[in-house]
Write a protein of this length. Structure first.
Lengths: 157, 206
């Protein structure tokens, strides 16, 4: 390769060559000084402050979209899980009173479960509806938390 | 050798709060540089951008950081990480592109989360048959070079780029310093930029 002369060219398509030029220009942008970047933006007739905030909003928009997709997916998974549980045949006490006793018993033996299941809204156990009690018992049974309850084992027999 | 995935488990990928904070801390020049970089990478893709624009590219970089597909190594700054991801994604889009495949309008129409459709076809010459694409690229190269008809060093640098030579390789062949090379690159960039805007406008108007 001769030094100090015209740069030799490899044969390639024009599209590839244009790509190579654009990519090289991109790298020169990445290495440009802050001053050059701001000056070039102004030369294009754009307000740098407005343009920069536009870019920031594009990036933050991607964060927001990601969070929304995760929430939607988590909700979908939760609903799927509940639907699956509801289809199962759970052997639970038939009376609401017995169910409440059972739930109270489990939660008193497993305080960690009480914190996990009862939100601040339901810190008073008495505020739970019958449906809530049933749903919690099914979830606890899924987790195996009822397996060690002898009173419940008797019920199952 | 099987290529190992660079994806990290989502639980140790950068959290959305962390990324949001990093975006908020980006300076004005960093943001403008990112956009400019993404625009050139998209333009370099040509038909392979398949209607995607620089905003799509930047947003994809954020998404892949959040999902763990591209791990943010904290030894580099967030903006450097994003440059790397943008480069990697655009390379991947270029490799994936099949120039023989037809495209449906539905595939290049983008719908925002708010349900608004946008059609980027006018930003990508993807409806033109191959021969016209090649001609378009040839014409664009000729127009870029015509801007520096009396500047041999600039033409030499452009020639080096066309041959996919790196900056250091070009500097060595032309026996110029890094500073001189960067000065020439800056001159080319500043003259080509208005030309890019003009060409995009012409493509929109058909």
């Amino acid at each position: 390769m001769p030094k100090g002369g015209t740069v030799p060219k490899k044969p390639q398509s024009y599209e590839k060559e244009l790509q190579a030029i654009m990519y090289a220009l991109a790298e020169s942008v990445a290495e440009a000084s802050d001053e050059d970047i701001l000056t070039e933006m102004q030369e294009e007739g754009e307000n740098p402050e407005v343009a920069a905030e536009r870019v920031r909003n594009v990036l933050l928009g991607a964060v927001k979209d990601f969070r929304q997709r995760r929430l939607v997916e988590a909700q979908r998974q939760y609903e799927l899980h509940i639907a699956t549980m509801e289809k199962k045949n759970y052997i639970l006490p038939t009376s609401t009173g017995e169910r409440r006793k059972l739930l109270d018993l489990v939660l008193s033996r497993q305080p960690v479960m009480r914190s996990a299941l009862l939100t601040s809204q339901y810190r008073d156990f008495k505020d739970l509806t019958d449906d809530d009690v049933g749903s919690y018992l099914r979830q606890l049974q899924e987790l195996g938390a009822l397996d060690d309850i002898s009173e419940f084992a008797e019920e199952k027999k | 050798m099987k290529q190992m995935s660079r994806r990290v488990p989502e639980e140790i990928a950068a959290g959305s709060d962390e990324v949001e904070e990093a975006v908020k801390r980006l300076s004005r020049p960093q943001l403008l540089r990112l956009e400019n970089y993404a625009k050139k990478r998209i333009r370099g893709l040509g038909r392979a951008n398949e209607g995607r624009d620089h905003n799509d590219l930047m947003q994809e970089a954020i998404t892949r950081t959040l999902t763990g597909q591209r791990h943010w190594n904290k030894s580099v700054t967030f903006v450097v990480h994003l440059f790397g991801v943008i480069q990697s994604i655009s390379n991947h889009w270029g490799e994936q592109f099949d120039p023989e495949s037809a495209q449906l309008e539905s595939e290049i129409t983008r719908t925002s989360p708010e349900g608004k459709d946008s059609f980027h076809l006018h930003d990508a010459p993807s409806t033109l048959p191959n021969a016209e694409h090649v001609l378009s690229a040839k014409q664009e190269i000729e127009r870029i070079e015509s801007l520096f008809a009396k500047d041999q060093k600039a033409l030499d640098v452009i020639g080096g780029w066309r041959s996919e030579m790196t900056g250091p390789e070009i500097q060595e062949v032309l026996e110029i310093s890094k500073t001189e090379y960067e000065t020439i690159a800056r001159k080319i960039r500043r003259n080509v930029q208005p030309l890019r805007a003009q060409t995009t406008e012409q493509n929109k108007n058909g």
